[in-house]
Write a protein that binds this ligand. Structure first.
Ligand SMILES: Cc1ncc(COP(=O)(O)OP(=O)(O)O)c(N)n1
Ligand code: 3NM
Ligand code: MG
Length: 233
């Protein structure tokens, strides 16, 4: 997962951040992950399993981590830095009620990716950024059936962050090929999706291709709307 920060003259392209469904059977899911990753550009895969045992997570890591890493796609585990380190993951994603960032960093080491959920909060994002998070995640931007989202973020939050901060930002929550353009335009470095890919009627490969195409077609106007009103070019 390259974390290129947009240079002022040439903004880095927004990239796709793929999150797994919360329940999966690793052997059956592996070919779907291969189809997704071979269909286009994916910056990273987050294994996000809910209501399962540590051994279930270990089995899923063993089956899925090599598929991502063999393709130079970063493999990030949700929630557990301890398991992420044990299982050779490239990084971990922690939320505000998970292991605190500083402890996650100590467990993972300085070379790993550690991302932090910041909901719709500038304060949480500034704290995470100052502490050293590799990215901050904002959401939910749209209604989602994947989880009960208690916070709602607006594209202006991405725009504010992108204009002021170096740390990359991830947008998440109900994002689809049809609705993602304002998030790309506002300066999201990554779009994190579950159902837009795994529930795509044409299959996960078609889902990745559709997201890639929508990201590529979206305007990227945030560089031209710096808060001081000047064009950054
Ligand atoms: C990229 C990304 N952003 C946000 C989340 C949500 O994390 P969290 O608030 O800890 O909620 P759960 O995903 O654990 O239910 C995420 N996983 N990934
Ligand atoms: C895992 C997660 N976190 C969110 C947040 O707002 O922090 S929304 C979300 C679910 C994302 O799934 P989908 O792309 O199917 O909406
Ligand atoms: Mg969590």
């Amino acid at each position: 997962m390259s974390k290129g920060k947009p240079s002022q003259a040439e903004p880095a392209a927004c990239r796709l951040y793929l999150v797994t469904p919360p329940v999966l059977e690793p052997a059956a899911f592996a070919p779907r992950l291969i189809e997704a990753l071979d269909a286009g550009d994916v910056a990273c895969v987050q294994l996000r399993l809910k209501n399962c045992s540590d051994d279930d997570v270990r089995r899923a890591c063993d089956a899925l981590r090599p598929i991502a890493q063999e393709r130079d796609v970063a493999f990030i585990l949700n929630d557990s830095p301890r398991l992420a380190r044990e299982m050779g993951c490239d990084g971990v994603h922690v939320g505000q009620t998970d292991t605190p960032y500083r402890d996650a960093r100590k467990i993972m080491g300085n070379d790993a990716i550690v991302g932090v959920t910041c909901h719709d909060s500038r304060h949480l994002a500034m704290v995470a950024g100052e502490e050293g998070a590799d990215y901050v995640a904002f959401g939910a931007f749209f209604p989602t059936a994947t989880k009960i989202a208690e916070h709602h973020a607006e594209p202006d939050l991405l725009r504010w962050w992108a204009e002021l901060m170096e740390v990359p930002c991830v947008a998440i929550g109900g994002i689809t090929a049809a609705n993602c353009a304002p998030l790309v335009a506002a300066g999201a470095d990554f779009l994190a999706v579950v159902s837009a890919v795994w529930d795509h009627p044409g299959g996960p490969g078609a889902g990745v291709a559709a997201m890639n195409a929508a990201i590529a077609a979206a305007p990227t106007d945030w560089v031209a709307t710096k808060t001081d009103g000047t064009d950054a070019g």
